[in-house]
Design a protein around this ligand. Structure first.
Ligand code: SF4
Length: 447
């Protein structure tokens, strides 16, 4: 359980009963004037405990335990990419934000002749979405009685993303781990029957281990405890349910227990299996899987999943932005139109895509409006005549064009007069309100 500032203060040297330690109280070596000030910063997670060299050992253990995240951060690594799961702090994104997007893994079987081709397709799949490059996260190789080690090796050769090794057979697991050498795969799964052998392997190869139980959350927590006792710290939980309601109930209970009850025994990321059902995969992304395994790679089903995930895991308090500056569309020449908009990603892409798909050339001046859309930025005073004029004067756009005409978004026509004062000699034109009307405006009004 996280401690308050005052609870932390009671564990710092100024409150110590040991006279030798207490002499260091308020010594300022941490960079703060008092132990209390340091305690407050520590409670807000704005500083590291290591800044104070005088904390007693017992207090340090208590403070470190309270500072540990309620859901452990687990990292898996491929030959080129890594993926983190866990470290989440809230049940609902609007409470703060979600940090580590659920990993999407495509399942291949060890008797599947095109496993390596699927791995390559997953490796090469890349989507450019409002300036973000979105990808899948790896391959889950399943033991179904084929040559598990060889399939893992072939998949690793073709895919730089992390692997999940799906087998409950310790001998197959070891073959897979050997074939995955140089990477850190997630091993699935330790059960009540095999956990000692699987935990031994996970500890030896230093990989995270999934524990799976179909017997309820209590049994899952007990199994996780046993595996932890065997020396495995990085644990992933599989509550076993594969249907909509069962998996939703289990994952919600586990997340609530970890966050609200601070139940450390289930404070680990979850893995979920969606089969060939993209809607179930969507449910797992939203609630609350760290890893989602899907049975088939198809751009038509994967695209909406990774876009939904991107929307869910962006910080709602930070608008998605593009860099302010001048953007060239369809190779413009100096006489082509100059339009201005804000640096909110969706606004930028709405305008740029409309002009680009019309085939018309143009210059797009993107002003720094702190990532807000046109009307929001105008209302907040972040997209005014002064800022637009500053963009014109600092981006060098005047040297790239041979005219002095600027098209304002129709929604901020009210800025026209002020902008004419800020940019003497410029002809300020009011464009359409909606980006979709820009091509027609350029065809009929420019020239
Ligand atoms: S380093 Fe800071 S927290 Fe530690 S004893 Fe000195 S003032 Fe207190």
């Amino acid at each position: 359980m996280a401690l308050s500032g005052l609870q932390i203060y009671k564990l710092l040297p100024a409150s110590s009963k040991d006279a030798d330690v207490k002499t260091h109280g308020n010594c300022k070596e941490c960079g703060f004037p008092t132990c209390l000030a340091f305690a407050m910063k520590l409670a807000a997670k704005q500083v590291e405990l290591s800044l104070c060299p005088y904390v007693e050992e017992e207090s340090k253990n208590q403070l470190e335990a309270s500072a540990a995240p309620p859901i452990r951060l687990v990292t898996v690594k491929g030959t080129e990419h890594e993926m983190k799961a866990g470290n989440e702090l809230v049940l609902f994104r609007h409470e703060k934000t979600f940090y580590n997007p659920a990993g999407l893994f495509v399942r291949v079987k060890d008797n599947q002749s095109d496993a390596a081709e699927v791995a390559k397709a997953v490796n090469d799949y890349l989507v450019d979405y409002v300036g973000m490059e979105l990808t899948l996260d790896g391959i889950a190789v399943e033991d179904v009685g084929g040559d598990f080690g060889a399939t893992v090796a072939a998949v690793k050769e073709q895919c730089g993303f992390p692997l999940i090794l799906l087998t409950e057979d310790p001998a197959k697991a070891e073959a897979g781990l050997k074939a995955a050498e140089g990477t850190t795969p997630l091993l699935w799964a330790a059960t009540s029957d095999n956990w000692e052998a699987m935990a031994k392997l996970a500890a030896e190869y230093k990989v995270p281990l999934t524990v799976r139980s179909d017997d309820g959350i209590g049994a899952l927590a007990d199994l996780a405890d046993q595996v932890k006792g065997a020396g495995v710290e990085d644990i992933v939980l599989d509550p076993g349910a594969r249907d909509y309601s069962g998996s939703l109930a289990a994952s919600t209970q586990l997340r609530r227990l970890a966050l609200k009850q601070n139940e450390r025994r289930v404070g680990y990321p979850l893995i979920a299996f969606a089969g060939d059902d993209p809607i179930l995969a969507g449910q797992h992304i939203a609630k609350y899987a760290g890893y989602v395994v899907i049975d088939r790679f198809s751009p038509a089903t994967v695209y909406p999943l990774i876009v939904m995930r991107a929307n869910l895991f962006t910080d709602p308090q930070k608008p998605i932005q593009v860099l302010p500056g001048v953007y060239e569309i369809n190779k413009p020449s100096p006489g082509d139109p100059l339009m201005v908009t804000t640096n909110f990603s969706i606004t930028y892409f709405a305008v740029a895509n409309e002009v680009e798909s019309s085939g018309l050339p143009g210059w797009l001046l993107v002003a720094d409006a702190e990532g807000m859309s046109v009307l929001t930025a105008w209302a907040a005073g972040k997209f005014d005549a002064e800022r637009i004029a500053k963009s014109v004067n600092t981006t060098g756009i005047a040297e790239k064009i041979d005219h002095k005409r600027l098209i304002l978004p129709g929604h901020v026509a009210v800025l026209m007069g002020e902008l004419e004062e800020e940019l003497p000699g410029w002809d300020i034109n009011v464009g359409p309100r909606e980006a979709v009307d820009l091509p027609n405006y350029l065809k009929t009004q420019w020239g």
